[in-house]
Design a binder for this molecule. Sequence first.
Ligand code: HEC
Ligand code: HEC
Length: 243
Amino acid sequence: MELRVSSRRIFRPLLALLLIGGAGVYSAAQAQTQPQAPDTMEQRVQGCTACHGSHGQGTDNDYFPRLAGKPAQYLYNQLENFRAGRRKYPPMNYLVTYLSDDYLRQIATYFSEQRPPYPTPAKPTVSNDVIARGKQIVLNGDQSKNIPACAACHGKALTGMEPAIPGLVGLHSDYISAQLGAWRSGTRHAIAPDCMHDIASRLTDADVTAVAAWLSTQPAPANPVPAPARSMKTPLACGSEPQ
Ligand code: HEC
Ligand code: HEC
């Protein structure tokens, strides 16, 4: 198996984990050309579960996101973004480099259909004022700064919208802040027009802390499925979400 030199230097410990965990993905990839080997979806995603949980529910690691129940097209777009370098996290970039579109689509569909329970919502570690500011931005936005309500696209229940807007419940606050930071700094890109880049750029550091804190304290609704496609008119155009 060939390693990219830059990945090896920067992420040696994580790659060690990947080589162990990733064995499932690679042997499954080989199994496609060698039909005598068993090939189930559970085996294929074995290399993913160390970081994303056995059913994509996430883990205690604050930076490893939940995948389960997010729209399949959203998950597929992210796998493609990692493969094309529009998102950067060397273990993810490396893992998907050799996987075909069809294979990525199947993995995306698998995780979108998983329904493991959500984690217990986080206890607030910031002041009530910060939590209140976060709630205000997520549910109502901030007109003075041209920030639309997050719920206008991610849904009132924050479970996202088909086909490509993810839910925001069940994520750690550190993961949410890191993603908003990545959009602001230009290390995460989505299909243009990249509405999240525009929105994240309008948030201050304090706003990011506030929305991440409030979101991470929210329980998932009883029926945590994404809203149907086109059930909300997004206030900005997003390349990944056709209107
Ligand atoms: C070494 C740990 C690790 C492994 C193994 C791993 N991931 Fe990830 N994955 C991550 C991290 C960390 C992120 C977030 C990276 C970032 O900051 O953008 C991520 C992000 C993702 C995302 C985007 C999630 C979102 O909500 O935007 C998808 C989809 C994904 N991974 C799928 C997979 C699949 C499929 C596999 C197995 C083939 C896999 N991952 C293996 C750590 C891992
Ligand atoms: C105009 C519609 C729209 C609005 C408003 C919006 N989002 Fe998004 N958001 C999206 C889309 C589309 C994506 C998927 C982008 C991609 O494909 O990477 C996304 C993705 C995200 C993600 C990545 C989730 C993950 O699992 O990695 C986070 C975090 C996020 N949005 C937070 C917010 C916050 C916080 C707000 C409010 C301040 C907000 N969004 C407002 C459309 C929107």
